[in-house]
Design a protein around this ligand. Structure first.
Ligand SMILES: [Zn+2]
Length: 396
């Protein structure tokens, strides 16, 4: 089984994989590296495989490092259907527009035209998640939710004749407060392409949440408001839920970005939330969350995304501490600089920690593994631990 990485292996960002199965050529994800300095390093490297030869694209989730290379691939000749969940398609279109907007604001060059964006041929995944489906002649596809963002999923591809199978974890976590991780079957794939973003980091999500809320609490106690930045898709839903619950409990005033609220309400409406979340009570609490502007300037916590920074009146409450659990986007950087504010970045897990990587690898038992989404040092550290583990198991 041979998968060509056009980006996303031994580097963080621009995930893009092309491979052949049952005589078809498939692409999984087509992203950019947001922090790269040059266009060459920012967009996928198509010197080894031609996007024009691809028969179908499957997108794991909407984030820029998995989708923003699509219009560039279209410019280079990609003319295949791009399969993704309905939510992923909706969010990707928003990310396309936000990236263009950020480029205009910061003077960054975009190597494609609006028309290439318009020609990305998105097709919603059919219903029947969890069953193998022949999505193109001779290729069966299976997918399930992976907890990283609303509508994000892992994929498995199989040749039903030779039973050759390849698995893509996508960016995944088992620790989102809202979004479930659906276990794939024990596939024993010929190859698994696995998210290694955090390497051997193994701190608990609970610790991360407590640390963030402690800072929020202490800042408010000192009479300073908190401006909390989160991505529109993924962490944004978790933090809207967590900060709203915290504010209700503490009796402090919380306001949120209307776009973030809309997407969080949509997530609850989709039913793709953890069963441990008390859907009715929690859904009502989220729906009643006040949007920015309704409480005047007396808010103590304001949750914002790039959508609000780029499209709204990006004001800041005097003396506010800006907090994020990442990423620090160009728009956030500009906002912090413009207001000469203090920015604090703390961790919150949206990729697997060591215990989760180990659990999924042990469950899947891939014959071969390609770790992605991490620099060489982080990748090597995870490889070492997981390969040592399976070697010592064989010894016993
Ligand atoms: Zn992501």
């Amino acid at each position: 089984m041979n998968v060509t990485s056009c980006g996303g292996v031994m580097e963080y960002g621009r995930s893009c994989f092309i491979f052949d199965l049952a005589g078809r050529t498939l692409m999984v994800d087509c992203g950019i590296s947001k922090s790269a300095e040059t266009i060459l390093e920012r967009y996928p490297d198509f010197s080894k495989r031609d996007p024009a030869e691809v028969d179908a694209v499957f997108v794991t989730h909407a984030h820029e490092d998995h989708t923003l290379g699509l219009p560039f691939a279209v410019r280079l000749g990609l003319h295949a259907p791009v399969y993704a969940s309905e939510t992923t398609i909706r969010h990707t279109l928003t990310y396309f527009a936000l990236w263009r907007h950020a480029a205009e604001q910061t003077g960054m060059t975009v190597p494609y035209e609006q028309s290439h964006e318009d020609r990305v041929d998105f097709v919603s995944l059919p219903s029947g998640k969890g069953d193998w489906q022949e999505m193109l002649p001779g290729v069966e596809v299976l997918w399930g939710l992976n907890g990283h963002a609303p509508g994000s999923c892992w994929y498995a591809f199989r040749d039903p004749v030779s039973l050759e199978t390849v698995f893509f974890s996508g960016d995944y976590t088992m620790s989102s407060v809202l979004m479930p991780f659906e276990w794939p079957p024990a596939l024993s794939p010929d190859l698994a392409v696995m998210d290694a973003a955090y390497g051997v980091c193994n701190t608990s999500q609970k610790e991360c949440v407590n640390d963030v809320l402690d800072v929020v609490d202490a800042t408010i106690a000192r009479g300073k408001p908190v401006v909390f930045h989160a991505p529109l898709s993924g962490k944004g839903q978790d933090w809207l839920y967590l900060l709203n619950a915290f504010a209700n409990e503490q009796g402090c005033r919380f306001e949120t970005d209307p776009a973030l609220l809309e997407e969080t309400v949509a997530l609850f409406a989709s039913g793709e939330v953890r069963s441990t979340v008390l859907a009715e009570t929690d859904r009502a609490a989220v729906e009643q969350c006040p949007v920015i502007g309704t409480g005047g300037s007396s808010r103590e916590i304001m949750l914002i995304s790039d959508e609000w920074l780029l499209k709204g009146a990006a004001f800041m409450d005097p003396g506010a501490l800006v907090m994020t659990t990442g990423p620090v986007t160009p728009s956030l950087k500009k906002y912090v600089n413009d207001h000469r504010a203090e920015l604090m970045k703390l961790p919150y897990h949206v990729h697997p920690v060591l215990d989760e990587s180990r659990a999924l690898m042990t469950h899947l038992q891939p014959l071969d593994t390609l770790f992605s989404h991490a620099d060489p040092k982080t990748t090597a550290s995870l490889e070492e631990v997981l390969i040592e583990q399976s070697a010592s198991k064989k010894d016993r």
